[in-house]
Design a protein. Structure first.
Length: 95
């Protein structure tokens, strides 16, 4: 059983974000929160912990991306991957 890592520290806002970065940051945080909330519905505790750990690590690994196009791509990819995973989880629960 792998422990769930501590909360991700808040970003230090030493300099002002551009409007585009601010909007994308909001979308990233909304996606992250949505995935974490949805993962609470995973029935098996081990699978739930592994999913949360994977999601946190993915977001942390892309934390320093500054290019808006890359951020948009990552958000879009993350949404589609999670939607596919949710469909699988719903199908898994009905078995």
């Amino acid at each position: 059983m792998s422990p769930i890592p501590p909360r991700i520290p808040r970003v230090q806002l030493n300099s002002a974000l551009s409007l585009g970065h601010f909007i994308q940051r909001t979308k990233v945080l909304a996606l992250y929160r949505s995935i974490i909330r949805s993962s609470r519905n995973i029935p098996e505790s081990h699978t739930r912990r592994e999913t949360i750990l994977y999601v946190k690590n993915e977001f942390l690994s892309n934390r320093n991306v500054k290019d808006l196009k890359q951020i948009r791509y990552l958000v879009s990819t993350g949404k589609s991957q999670w939607q596919r995973a949710e469909k699988f989880l719903v199908a898994f629960r009905t078995i």
